[in-house]
Structure formats: C-alpha cells, structure tokens
Design a protein around this ligand. Sequence first.
Ligand code: SD4
Length: 317
Amino acid sequence: HTSLPLVINTWPFKSATAAAWHALQSGGSVLDAVEEGCARCEVDQCDGTVGFGGSPDETGETTLDAMIMNGNSMEVGAVADLRRIKNAIGVARAVMERTEHTMLVGESASVFAENMGFVAEDLTTNESLNVFSQWLKGNCQPNYRKNVSPDPSTSCGPYGPKAAQTQCNGERQVNIHSHDTIGMIAVDKDGHMAAGTSTNGLSHKVPGRVGDSPIIGAGAYADSSAGAAAATGDGDIMMRFLPSYLAVELMRNGADPSAACKSAISRIKRHYSDFFGAIICANTTGHYGAACNRVPSLTEFHYMVADSESDTAVLKS
Ligand code: SD4
C-alpha cells in the first residue's frame, strides 16, 4: 500500500487528520500539515488530553508539551511545561523557525511565546477544575511521588500527606482515560516528511514533569531519508527508550514500518511488560504501520490515516 501524500496520527482524532490533509491538498508543506493537524486537536481539546482544559497537574494547572520536526533539514522545535498558551505546536514551530534553539521550557517558553504574538490565556476550564477537585476528594489517586514521608499537617498536593498515605506502593495508574496525545506524521508526494506531537501530558503530574511527547526521538522523529514515527502512552517509561528514533533507524536498515513499530514496542516491553503505549511509523514511500503494547487498558489501538487512495481520514486499528 503506497499512495502519497500521506497523513497518519495516533488515536481516532479525525478532525486533526482532516485538517492536516486539507493543508497538504491546499499546497501547504508537510510542516504546515503537522502544525495544522495538531493545532486542530489543541482547539478541539481532543479527548481532553490535547490542549487547554485537560490533565490538571498536582496544583490544578494544565501545562502543555509539543514538538515538530522537519525531516528534510532535521530542524526541530519543541516546548515543554508550556503555561498559559493554548497553541503549543505553534510555539514549537516558532522555536524552530525563529530561534537557533531546539527546545524551550516552562515560564520562559511562555514569555517567548507572548513575544512571538501568542495570546496568554488561562488554560483552566470548569472541566479541568472538576477533574482536579475530584482528585483531591478521592485522596489524590493516582499520584506520582515515591517515598514521600507523611506530614499530617498539610493536605493533598505537593509532598502532602494524603499523597503519601494513598500512594499505591509506587504503582502507576496510567490508562486510556488519563493519558493520550496527538502524534502525527505527514509525507508529501516527493517523500518529504515531518512529524510532531501535542499533549497536556499526564493528569496529576508533579509540576514541572515533562513527558516523552516533546523529546526528540521519543515523542516523534522524522528523517526524510529513512522514515518517521510518533509515539503515545506512558511517557515517563517510553522516553527511556527513544522509541521513535529507534523505529526510524530500523526503517533505515530496511525494516518495514509495521516491523519497526513492533520492535520499538518490544524493546520497551523487555523492561516494562505492562506499559501503556503505542507507536505509528511511515517510510518515505508512504508505507505505514502501527503497534501497541496489548494490556487491559489498551486492547486495540486506533489511529487515523489519510492518503491519496482514501482522500479522507480513515480509522485503522
Ligand atoms: C505523556 N505521552 O505526557 C504523553 C501522554 C500520552 O497517551 O501520550 N498519552 O506521557
């Protein structure tokens, strides 16, 4: 199967696929496609896990991670722990195109974004406030701190006692409901590739936590001479293995995209057999594939594909 151009993205985020496809069809570059596709999810708040108003951290704030990579020039722009700016993928692209840098983080990334004309807004919504207060009421489960000594004088929150008392022995509770991300790959008819991600990360994370999504080679990777990949899932685990980079290198060495995706997932499984995660891969000829780690919270991984055969966003699993 090969019918360039091609857009693929993680999860059934159809509006994002359609936006990216539209960008390509109207003469945009693969970078435009990835930016516009991910930006659509940021506006639509796909699954509550992309963009504003989702995944409040331990203090109730939503922060965003995003990256975009040009597989021709190997330029990358990334932002992590971005605050108060809704269009994280846009800021990532501005880092790439308007600085000599690759990644900006936290408050300083937000100041940069404002200087670039992005509007500062509250990322909190009634829904994210509600998720946060339910979490407080439910004794802060899940939480992501280990070895916290109980301090009965404070309540839930950073280093709080409830967090310590209710800790599931360090066991993490990541699932499809607390944890998603858009990862997208675009390939034009000449085989030019770009990849990107956008996410609000992980609910109830420790403030300052950065996931895999903005990490080059972890969340996504693109090299127009080999292939492109994008990952989703438990970023704290997945980033230790650079699965997107690995998949691209396997394709460079001749693996077909499905096999490359499977190997990247297997590598992580060797150490974390029950991690939650999936990856999508494409090569320069427009062949694509995907793989996920089959666990109770992820029995089937759905992703979207648009190519010249379908000329529209099609759900695959
Ligand atoms: C993260 N990888 O921040 C992101 C979240 C995700 O499916 O992809 N969930 O860990």
